[in-house]
Design a protein around this ligand. Structure first.
Ligand SMILES: *[C@@H]1O[C@H](CO)[C@@H](O)[C@H](O)[C@H]1NC(C)=O
Ligand SMILES: *[C@@H]1O[C@H](CO)[C@@H](O)[C@H](O)[C@H]1NC(C)=O
Ligand SMILES: *[C@@H]1O[C@H](CO)[C@@H](O)[C@H](O)[C@H]1NC(C)=O
Length: 453
């Protein structure tokens, strides 16, 4: 395990350099990697923000609004609907469709963060979107009709280790809406929706390589056709907990343990990491129990017990924080939502206390209702989970418009017109924290870690 110590050293160097820079010009400059970042190493994968200046997507995602901040907030609405529909639908229909509220040519459900992987023999290099709230793994395959044209597709014909999965195989029983279209040999296919897109894929197996590890006979969806605009322009790697998920398929290698440090989406010179397996994980980290909802096995539910603004615990009706497997209510960590959403009474309580503390004229910007002209001395916000406090730093609390003149509280109420029961701890609030998902021990850990500048 050479990866983690290198990463830790680099982080230490970064922190030391930042501290030194505050006092005097650094005499010993830290390594500057630029967008390329340090290379992937054993079990540690670099992750890059899909929307930032270092996005590896080509062409970059265009924003539907002049201020990228507003586009990201728009995009979040449909992500919340995706999570809510996942939470509220029954076990037999985990991929229930919905109409996205925010329409846009490049409206994406998942690719807030992307990483590099390769598949096949010889390996074909692809980008994958990381989504902790999904179990699916898929790659656009050559000849795909309707797939975004912007990124490379996987060519099964060029891989000597590719094999279709038969209709009677156990894996075929785990995919949504399986079918067995005529082909020779007959192989398992399935249809599902992801955001507003309907996707048709065949189930296949091939060698998947990432973070220096190789996983033989990895089962994934080879996307053959898609209708709609929500499919990410690259593959998807779901880090949920279901039967065909990445965690299940790499159980012997990574034991269903991973952690990440999400970089700021504005970062240019350093990226975050996804660390897979037990090795190199933080040993001393505060944790909160992971809750299982058998009807929503993919989502990482935790018990949020209260929220503090500054030192004051705001008054939130217990129902707004309650975990209920039947309705899907509760609190989840999600990497694909940018800005935290709280159910309406919880958000109102946080916002009111936040405004009281800042005590200045409030304005709004798009979906953000607590914005200020110019810089703001914001109070801290603490999420109190069972057994763990997560106190947000300034960069996790306030977001600045691209012109820099307006700062907003980087949270919003859950959309009112859907089954608005889910609190989502989102990427901006998690950035520059190490977040550990330890499924065997049933816990989620959070500690502050500088992974981006
Ligand atoms: C990022 O790195 C480039 C060199 O690759 C440097 O010129 C630039 O100042 C750096 N930006 C920040 C914000 O550190
Ligand atoms: C799956 O999707 C394809 C292409 O969109 C469509 O032709 C087919 O009828 C669908 N099959 C099922 C079982 O829904
Ligand atoms: C969380 O913070 C509160 C207030 O400082 C404290 O009373 C409580 O013990 C902390 N909980 C944990 C688990 O550290």
């Amino acid at each position: 395990m050479v990866g983690a110590p290198q990463v830790v050293l680099l982080l230490a160097a970064l922190a030391a350099a930042a501290a030194a820079a505050a006092l005097s010009p650094p005499s010993n400059p830290m390594p500057v990697y630029g967008c390329a970042g340090p290379p992937d190493s054993a079990s540690t994968l670099r992750i890059l923000p899909a929307f930032g200046p270092c996005s590896p997507l080509n062409p970059p995602i265009s924003h539907s609004s002049a201020d990228p901040l507003l586009s990201l907030a728009d995009r979040d609405l449909s992500r919340i609907l995706y999570l809510t529909s996942t939470a509220a639908s029954g076990r037999r229909r985990p991929h229930r469709s919905f109409a996205p509220i925010a329409a846009g040519r490049n409206l994406l459900q998942s690719s807030t963060y992307v990483a590099r992987a390769s598949i096949g023999t010889p390996p074909q290099s692809l980008l994958v979107a990381l989504d902790i709230s999904s179990d699916a793994a898929w790659f656009p395959c050559s000849g795909c009709s309707g797939c975004p044209v912007s990124s490379p597709v996987f060519s099964p014909a060029s891989s000597s280790s590719f094999s279709p999965v038969g209709c009677g195989s156990p894996q075929c029983s785990h995919v949504p809406n399986p079918s067995c279209p005529p082909s020779s040999p007959p192989s398992c296919a399935f249809n599902f929706t992801y955001g507003g897109s309907s996707i048709f894929a065949s189930l296949a197996q091939d060698s998947l390589s990432l973070a220096g590890d190789s996983i033989k006979s990895y089962a994934f969806g080879c996307v053959r056709s898609t209708i709609g605009t929500s499919m990410p322009p690259q593959g998807l790697l779901g880090l949920g907990r279901g039967p065909l998920s990445f965690l299940s398929q790499t159980q012997s290698l990574y034991s269903s343990i991973f952690s990440y440090c999400l970089p700021s989406f504005r970062s240019v010179n350093f990226s975050g990491t996804l660390r897979l397996g037990l090795a190199g994980q933080p040993q001393r980290i505060n944790t909160t129990p992971l809750l299982s909802n058998p009807r929503r096995p993919s989502l990482y539910y935790v018990k949020l017990t209260g929220i503090r603004v500054g030192r004051r615990t705001v008054s939130i009706p217990p129902a707004a924080l309650a975990f209920d497997p039947a309705t899907g209510a509760g609190t989840v960590f999600d990497s694909g939502t940018m800005f935290t959403r709280l159910v309406a009474p919880a958000y109102a309580a946080v916002r009111d206390e936040f405004r009281r503390r800042v005590n200045r004229a409030v304005t709004s910007l798009g979906g953000f209702d607590t914005c200020y002209d110019g810089p703001v001395a914001a109070p801290t916000i603490t999420f109190a989970f069972e057994g763990m406090n997560m106190t947000l730093a300034g960069e996790n609390v306030m977001i600045h418009s691209s012109s820099g003149s307006i700062s907003c509280l980087a949270m919003a109420a859950a959309p009112a017109n859907v089954n608005a029961l889910l609190n989502v701890i989102a990427a901006v609030q998690q950035q520059n924290h190490r977040v550990l998902f330890d499924v065997p021990k049933g816990r989620v850990g959070v500690s502050r870690e500088l992974c981006t500048s």
